[in-house]
Design a binder for this molecule. Structure first.
Ligand code: SAH
Length: 222
């Protein structure tokens, strides 16, 4: 899949996509991430991407022209499944949304700044990463792209491990442990050392249920 991110601060996220699992996903050809500097789509000598809002409101608004030029240039090359705008008043991003977006071929993610974008811009999805306000959409775009790319088959080595993570099946994940089995008297649950696969599975589900009941009872209501 291909994700095009449009931003005024490419340097803020380039490093993120050049590290670790996101880098390997691109090296393996499983995902393509392209970051576009919105200022490259301005036509004035100051490369302006913002202007004063109509109505006398406070703050600045991202101008329509460079954004439309950039989106049109991308759309001229290929079809896009969604043009996503990162915004705190959008639909809240979650695992089911990441799962379904990971089936897309091509996505555009537009990062906002200042007070937001001129509302006339053609967007197909408005997505928030949580009920708080960030200074810009770059971290939100990185969060979404990471969650979407992570579940593409082959991106993380053990596919099974993505499926047993929290929020798949509306359950939090069971706790995990590694060596030593006894650290200063703090012991790993015996069942995990038993080698009894069926019993371990049963324990995992029971732990998942208990943690979900305690920490996120809202997930069980669904
Ligand atoms: N005036 C806006 C906030 C602007 S914050 C409002 O009140 O809703 C500046 C930019 O940061 C936004 O345009 C958006 O792209 C990004 N942003 C801030 N918080 C975000 C969040 N929780 N999720 C996704 N994007 C966010």
């Amino acid at each position: 899949m291909r994700i095009d991110i449009i931003t005024v601060l490419p340097e803020m996220i380039e490093g993120f996509f050049n590290c670790s699992i996101m880098k390997r996903a691109q090296d393996k050809g499983l995902a393509e991430i392209h970051i576009h500097n919105l200022r490259d789509y301005t036509e004035d000598k100051y490369r302006r991407v913002d202007d004063y809002p109509f109505g006398g409101f406070a703050g600045m608004v991202m101008k329509i022209e460079p954004i439309e030029r950039c989106i049109n240039a991308l759309k001229a090359e290929r079809d896009y499944d969604e043009v996503i705008f990162t915004t705190p008043d959008g639909e809240q991003f979650n695992q089911p949304m990441a799962n379904s977006l990971s089936l897309a071929q091509n996505l555009i993610i537009l990062c906002g700044h200042f007070k937001g974008i001129d509302y006339r811009i053609l967007i197909t999805k408005e997505i928030s990463i949580g009920d708080y306000v960030l200074t810009g959409g770059e971290l939100a775009a990185a969060v979404m792209a990471d969650a979407i790319v992570r579940i593409i088959p082959g991106v993380i080595s053990d596919e099974q491990s993505a499926l047993s993570d929290s929020f798949q099946d509306n359950l939090l994940a069971a706790p995990v442990y590694t060596r030593p089995a006894d650290y200063k008297g703090w012991k790993v649950p015996d069942i995990l050392l038993s080698g009894h696969e069926a019993k371990i599975k049963e324990w995992e589900l029971q732990q998942s249920l208990e943690r979900t009941k305690k920490l996120r009872p809202d997930l069980l209501e669904d």
